[in-house]
Ligand binder design. Structure first.
Ligand SMILES: Nc1ncnc2c1ncn2[C@@H]1O[C@H](COP(=O)(O)OP(=O)(O)OP(=O)(O)O)[C@@H](O)[C@H]1O
Ligand SMILES: [Zn+2]
Length: 784
């Protein structure tokens, strides 16, 4: 509870749309603040990651360029088209090369077999579908034969032996053998009329007729004209030939259905298999739903990650190093009679490097690493989860020694019997979890398989998972402190092209990392990676060949507070209100002993709904004193109080401040024992579900409410006192803000003189403010 870092950003927020503003614009350190009030924990953590936003921006930017390129190529003539095709082929070839190293490998592959199956299948299907009508296809193709032609060319010459009327519309006339000889010197137009009906039989000509009756009449007439005696007339037989299509027709819906199912299952399992762990490609996919979707990384497939790529978290590394030792030389342990550790749970806030650490473990041990996400076990079919777990462990055992990493294990590892009333889904999850437990029990000492699991919510995991013999170790990875952040910056700075002025020597790199680490309290590894990347993108946007310090500063500000929205035009009155509001915060922070160092105040709208903000740099601290809470509350109220003192009316911009103040006061009363009236009791137990009745009496509830109100009212009074004394200072700062839109710490010192208290952040003095490091004597605090 105490290892929280309290707000470093306060801001003036617009109210439209009000609800959205509250949830979407909570800034970074409010995240940790809200931990005090655990009901808000989950949504807040998710909303303030900040990574996703920027990620989506990265992916969308190249699009217009690609689109234009395509258009350009389309506009060019066929010559270019050719080129395009060539390139395309080239690319395809390259892809193939990547998958199959040689032709023989390709010939042996499933891919090849699949192609053959499909080709043969289609051919058979086609020939079946087209049926016996095809026999005389070549005759029908250019069927220019009319009855008249037939009569003059064959009938009158006495070449016709027998006539078959097929299906009442096609006449096939069997000719006498002489007809073939005749046909050899025929002109081109009648070529192709001949065919042999059943491979090598007598020659046949055919043509279509409209109606059998008319045909019969015509035949009679023709033969009458030729004076053929009724007995010698050409025999006409009627035959019916059915096409296979007619038999197949009833099956078509079934076939379509099966095809659809096949397609769906392929889509479901296909994506994951691309990772390389084989299993269930092609036709077999229909039955491959139960295959594990783990991605395999091994020496050949993965870019190697080792412990040196994971900065900070030294204790976690040490702990996990034991697993590496075990995988490398198990005899040493077994000889001593030691049981081999089965697995470890890595827990910690999102983005702290759990996945990275697990990958690095595999890299260090040099063994195959099977990575799968907990949610990938869960599918809409019953029993699939358990079967996937079985398959995963089977794979791992085959490759042993190996490491299995289950990310977000809480998706399946939630305590059984809890977690919602939707029985069906729960049963499936439990079955999956049970299977996991069974598999972990099933290891023998000779199975050199280690299971690592990552989670953000170790508190919801089933205790059966944590008992010895399963996940024996619990490795906690916290958000990095200043040194951790410094080390992580060093890792990520390596990739960047830094300006030579910024890092003239190697030692300067360390200073830069320290400076950035100080500027980013509460950042996780993922945030740091994001900020570094953002700095590079900003430098690119400025067409700078090198990354400079102000690129980093802009990037950090962007990660913390969101995009600058210069396009949002405020009216003059609004701007003045925002300036006085922010100046109120800044002045409170400047003259309160326990306030954090101020870095910047700005009235440029940022992110969603924030119209202005002040940025502070809290130190890494694990304990917060009562005075600190009070001063923070006074600071948070400073904005509204300044509005009250300078304008005849107040605005809605302080709702975010009130929320923070209420959260702090609530925590002080209900869980931190900082209210005498309520006493040393903790009332905010999180039951993890819907709390219908409060765990305290009406009277206590009233006391709690009264105490929260008293604490906030106290803070308000002190704030009014302080800001009334400092009316002129607020005025100065607000005017400067209106002039420059953003003012820094240096501006504040110029306007107000140095802060009357030493800064309570060592890192700040060391990396950001080395000149003003002289501790000023604590003069009479403006409040109290
Ligand atoms: N200690 C660290 N050293 C270097 N880089 C780090 C560190 N921690 C995190 N990162 C960076 O953050 C990225 C995301 O980290 P990772 O995916 O391991 O976080 P996680 O804890 O698994 O998050 P989640 O809980 O969301 O899965 C990494 O790819 C890496 O670039
Ligand atoms: Zn405010």
């Amino acid at each position: 509870m105490f290892n929280t870092r309290i707000t470093n950003v306060s801001r003036y927020a617009s109210i439209i749309p009000r609800i959205k503003v509250c949830s979407n614009t909570l800034l970074r350190n409010e995240t940790s603040l809200s931990l005090l009030h655990s009901n808000h924990k989950v949504p807040v953590l998710n909303l303030t990651r900040g990574r996703n936003n920027t990620r989506s921006i990265h992916t969308t930017t190249p699009l217009p360029f690609r689109y234009n390129l395509q258009k350009y190529q389309e506009n060019k003539g066929p010559k270019n088209q050719n080129n395009k095709n060539k390139n395309k082929n080239k690319n395809e070839n390259n892809e193939n090369e990547e998958e199959f190293k040689s032709l023989t490998e390709y010939l042996k592959s499933k891919e090849f077999a699949k192609t053959i199956y499909l080709t043969v299948g289609f051919t058979v299907l086609f020939s079946l579908l087209s049926g016996p009508d095809n026999d005389n296809d070549n005759n029908n193709d250019n069927n220019i034969l009319t009855f008249q032609d037939f009569k003059t060319k064959y009938l009158e010459k006495g070449l016709v032996k027998h006539i078959f009327v097929v299906n009442k519309y096609l006449v096939q006339a069997e000719l006498l053998p002489q007809a073939t000889a005749l046909s050899n010197d025929r002109s081109a137009d009648s070529r192709g009329l001949f065919g042999t009906p059943f491979g090598g039989g007598p020659p046949v000509v055919s043509f279509t007729i409209g109606s059998v009756d008319i045909f019969e009449d015509q035949m009679d007439q023709a033969q009458d004209q030729l004076k053929i005696a009724p007995n010698d007339r050409i025999p006409i037989s009627y035959v019916t030939r059915t096409s296979m299509l007619q038999y197949l027709f009833p099956f078509i819906p079934t076939l379509l259905l099966l095809g659809g199912l096949y397609f769906i299952t392929k889509r479901m399992t296909g994506g994951a298999n691309a990772g390389g762990s084989g299993g269930g490609n092609g036709i077999g996919n229909m039955f491959g739903v139960g295959k594990s979707k783990a991605k395999l990384f091994n020496k050949e497939t993965d870019i190697r990650i080792s412990f040196k790529d994971v900065a900070g978290c030294d204790e976690a590394k040490q702990e996990i190093m034991e697993f590496v030792h075990f995988l490398k030389n198990p005899q040493k342990y077994t000889a001593l009679g030691a049981k081999i550790p089965r697995g470890a749970i890595l827990s910690g806030p999102p983005g702290t490097g759990k996945t990275l650490l697990a990958k690095a473990t595999a890299g260090e041990a040099g063994v195959p690493f099977l990575s799968v996400s907990g949610s990938e076990f869960v599918e809409m079919f019953v029993g699939v989860g358990a079967s996937r777990v079985r398959d995963l462990f089977e794979q791992a055992r085959k490759m042993a020694p190996s490491i299995i990493f289950v990310d977000e294990i809480d998706a399946i590892g939630k305590e059984r019997g809890k977690g919602g009333a939707l029985g069906g889904a729960n049963d499936e999850r439990e079955a999956t979890l049970n299977q996991l437990l069974v598999e972990m029990d099933g290891f023998t000492t000779s199975d050199q398989v280690v299971v690592l699991a990552g989670t953000n919510r170790p508190d919801v995991l089933d205790s059966a998972l944590m008992r010895p013999g399963r996940f024996d170790r619990h490795i906690q990875i916290d958000s990095p402190d200043i040194n951790g952040r410094l080390a992580i910056y060093l890792v990520h700075l390596k990739r960047l092209n830094l300006s030579p002025e910024l890092v003239p020597a190697e030692s300067a790199r360390h200073d830069l990392a320290g400076k950035l680490a100080t500027l980013t309290p509460g950042f996780t590894g993922a945030d740091i990676a994001n900020a570094c990347n953002e700095a590079a993108l900003i430098a690119a946007r400025h067409r700078d060949p090198h990354i400079k310090l102000y690129h980093f500063e802009q990037a950090i500000e962007r990660v913390i507070a969101g995009l600058e929205k210069k396009s949002k035009v405020l009216s003059k009155e609004e701007k003045t209100t925002v300036a006085y509001h922010e100046a109120g915060h800044a002045i409170c922070g400047w003259y309160l002993k326990y306030a954090d160092p101020l870095l910047k105040v700005s009235i440029i709208p940022r992110g969603q709904g924030a119209l202005g903000y002040a940025q502070y740099l809290p130190p890494d601290q694990y304990l917060i004193s009562e005075e600190q809470f009070q001063h923070r509350m006074i600071m948070a109220l400073g904005g509204r109080v300044s509005e009250e003192l300078h304008f005849p009316f107040v605005t809605s911009g302080a709702h975010d401040d009130f929320k923070k103040v209420t959260q702090m006061a609530h925590a002080m009363v209900t869980s931190l024992g900082m209210s005498k009236k309520v006493g040393y009791l903790a009332y905010d137990q999180d039951s993890g579900g819907l709390q219908i009745s409060k765990p305290f009496s009406q009277k206590t509830a009233r006391n709690i409410d009264l105490e929260i109100k008293r604490i906030i009212d106290d803070a308000h009074m002190q704030c009014v006192k302080l800001l009334t004394e400092k009316l002129d200072e607020v005025d100065k700062v607000a005017k400067e803000l209106l002039k420059k839109e953003a003012i820094t710490r240096e501006d504040m010192i110029r306007l107000l003189g140095p802060r009357p208290f030493p800064e309570r952040n060592e890192a700040f003095e060391r990396y950001l403010d080395p000149k003003t490091a002289k501790p000023a004597p604590p003069s009479s605090p403006a409040t109290n």
